[in-house]
Design a protein around this ligand. Structure first.
Ligand code: NDP
Length: 452
């Protein structure tokens, strides 16, 4: 046994901080996983000897590049693009592309790290990656977005490929952006391969990919409640965000008989005591995508609804909460409010929306709490199915894909239960379960490869 192998958790985290200066999101994500993994590998000598956790927490590579484009006024604009390829032990790198002014290397490294565990949890052969740019698509014309996407892909194409790295959408990257990027990839390489997922149905996309993340997060909530002989029917539900994940989560909650009270965006949240019905959700979808509008307009459109500027929705009394906007949007004091108001379950549609303080509070309270890497894995799972369909050049029917999504979410839930049992408690520690189940699969593949 090498002397350095058995460092304690604080020393390990100090090392991560030292090697990744100025990258708080990445350190936070590693710490959240390491807290569980240290305990799990205590008596498992091989994982120590081969420094598995240390290696997973060091991306295979980080590619950063300049993205230069011209706006509609003829100004030359310069952005930075990245692709973080974290780990391909169990399959090609896979993970979304994010366009948002808050994107940094730290944010993308945290997302690629989380993605590695999430993808392993789905049971499909996908490694972990993530990419993006500090580009703000808000307020840009379609032509500006097209020029930006083309410029980004002109560099990115050499680092991705159907068997190498398969990006998808994320914040700020939807069907329009995927179309522009796929078009440019095809033009440069003269190849029609499944290099991106989330494609339009006309050119190799899969049915239910758009709905899959939000629906999956609700299925996970349903699965957790069922362990307590409970259900979504009749529950009051608070949701943050109003993008792809949030609106589809709201749609599925309505279908399963719950009442959605809130949605939000980066300017504030709307509270509708009457409930945000499927019809109202459809209005939000159209407003945010086609009209590229703001959630505040909801309160002007629907009587009785209130807009709360600059606030998050966690103070609204509810039974269930689904954070579906962005990282670190639910802090320790927000967790306190939810718990004080009687919230019994939280399922994360977003990636790392709850900060470490909030995670510790949910765990200590023993509520049903599903971390994003488990609860929002439905999207990447259907992306995995899109890859299979592209390879075989076939399209599966909607019913088949819906059934597979339900099965995959149930499988992820059950893997979390297997590894997240708490002695003396009937409530699973889903964070621990997800971390260990995801880690074990990747770690065992890495052991098989030796030191590479
Ligand atoms: P969208 O771009 O469709 O929507 C993002 C939503 O979050 C918008 O309402 C946006 O508001 C809000 N938001 C973004 N940044 C902030 C911020 N800094 N503060 C407050 N609100 C913010 O993205 P998605 O719905 O696709 O993604 C949401 C989350 O789900 C992300 O964490 C993403 O990583 C995660 N996820 C997405 C998957 C997918 O399939 N799309 C898969 C798995 C996880 P505004 O309009 O004001 O910007």
């Amino acid at each position: 046994m090498a002397v350095s192998d058995h460092v304690d958790l604080p020393t390990f985290i100090e090392g991560v901080k030292r090697r990744n200066p100025g990258q708080p999101e990445f350190v936070q994500a590693v710490q959240e996983v390491a807290e569980d993994i240290f305990d799990f590998i205590q008596d498992k000598e091989e994982y120590h000897k081969y420094q598995i956790l240390r290696r997973i927490a060091e991306p295979d590579r980080v590619i950063s590049f300049r993205v230069c484009w011209e706006d509609d006024n003829g100004n030359i604009r310069v952005q930075r693009g990245w692709r973080v390829q974290n780990n391909n032990a169990i399959g090609p790198y896979k993970g979304g592309i994010r366009f948002h002014p808050s994107v940094t290397e730290s944010v993308l490294k945290f997302l690629a790290f989380e993605q590695t565990f999430k993808n392993a949890l789905t049971g499909l052969p996908m490694g972990g990656g993530k990419g993006g740019a500090n580009f703000n698509p808000k307020g840009k014309s379609d032509n500006e977005v097209m020029r930006f996407c083309q410029s980004l892909m002109t560099e990115l194409y050499r680092h991705v490929g159907a068997d190498v790295d398969v990006p998808a959408g994320d914040i700020g990257v939807g069907a329009r952006e995927i179309g522009y990027m796929f078009g440019q990839y095809k033009r440069i390489t003269n190849e029609f391969t499944g290099v991106l997922t989330g494609k339009g149905l006309e050119y190799g996309g899969s049915l239910i990919r758009t709905e899959a993340t939000g629906y999956g997060a609700v299925y996970f909530m349903k699965n957790m409640l069922e362990t307590q002989k409970n259900s979504i029917e009749g529950k009051k539900v608070v949701i943050s965000g109003s993008g792809n994940v949030a609106t589809h989560a709201a749609e599925k909650i309505n279908q399963l008989g719950g009442k959605v009270l809130t949605l939000s965006d980066s300017e504030g949240f709307v509270y509708d005591p009457e409930g945000i019905s499927e019809e109202k959700v459809n209005w939000v979808k159209a407003h945010k995508t086609k009209r590229r509008g703001r959630i505040s307009d909801y309160a002007k459109e629907f009587k009785g609804a209130e807009f709360h500027a600059g606030q998050t929705p966690w103070g609204v009394p509810c039974d269930l909460a689904l954070p579906c906007a962005t990282q670190n949007e639910l802090l320790g004091p927000d967790a306190d409010k939810l718990l004080a108001n009687g919230c019994i379950a939280v399922s994360e549609g977003a990636n790392m929306p709850t900060n470490l303080d909030g995670v510790h509070k949910f765990k200590a309270a023993g509520i049903l709490y599903a971390p994003g890497k488990a609860a929002n894995a439905g999207g990447v799972a259907v992306s995995g199915l899109e890859m299979s369909q592209n390879s075989a050049r076939i399209s599966w029917k909607e019913e088949e894909l819906q059934r597979l999504l339900v099965d995959i979410m149930q499988g992820i839930h059950d893997r979390c239960v297997e590894y997240g049992g708490r002695p003396g408690s009937k409530v699973t520690d889903y964070v621990r379960g997800a971390n260990i189940a995801g880690f074990k699969k990747v770690a065992d593949a890495m052991l098989a490869y030796g030191v590479v």
